[in-house]
Design a protein around this ligand. Structure first.
Ligand code: SF4
Ligand code: SF4
Ligand code: SF4
Length: 159
């Protein structure tokens, strides 16, 4: 039985992950955001897109967040407000499609990461294996687009 039919039968909502919001989204983002699109227009790396119901979301498939703060400055209703040091709860995750996990030498994600959050661990009889140093990952997304096997996901950490 497919998942949507099972959810229908058992009365559960489908488990759709929420769209990631631009950095420094306020806790009442949906109430404050007027869907004006100003953050979409100003983002120099063009990672802010119009998402579900016209609310802005981020898409790292062609760029990264440099945490420049331009989107927060442009947001007059303060749906994005640079009030804390932590811009969001996003973090990279390396999936099992990773080439290095399948014996192919590749360190592209590590080279893309300015934070040095991806280390390559030497292992006997294997090519060096990637390891994410979670404390150093800012969720900037710079490692996602360069990955030749689309192995990097940027996920929202659950509170
Ligand atoms: S902080 Fe800068 S790079 Fe990041 S989403 Fe906002 S405008 Fe774009
Ligand atoms: S600038 Fe602010 S109010 Fe306008 S779409 Fe972006 S988050 Fe929403
Ligand atoms: S999301 Fe950014 S900080 Fe995290 S591993 Fe990728 S490039 Fe490094």
């Amino acid at each position: 039985m497919d998942t949507s039919r099972r959810n229908l039968l058992f009365g559960r909502k489908p488990q759709v992950p929420p769209e990631p919001r631009p950095p420094w989204a306020s806790s009442n983002f949906i109430d404050r955001c007027t869907r004006c699109g100003d953050c979409v227009s100003v983002c120099p790396t063009q990672i802010i897109k119009v998402g579900d119901a016209g609310f802005p979301t981020v898409d790292f498939s062609h760029g990264e967040c440099t945490f420049c703060g331009d989107c927060t400055s442009a947001c007059t209703p303060k749906a994005l407000e640079q009030s804390t040091d932590t811009p969001w709860a996003l973090q990279a995750s390396i999936t099992d499609r990773c080439l290095a996990l399948h014996g192919v030498e590749c360190r592209i994600c590590g080279e893309a990461c300015d934070e040095r959050a991806i280390h390559f661990q030497l292992a006997i009889g294997k090519v060096a294996q990637p390891q994410l140093i979670t404390e150093q990952c800012t969720g900037c997304g710079a490692c996602l687009a360069p990955c030749p096997s689309n192995s990097i996901h940027i996920l929202e950490l659950m509170a």
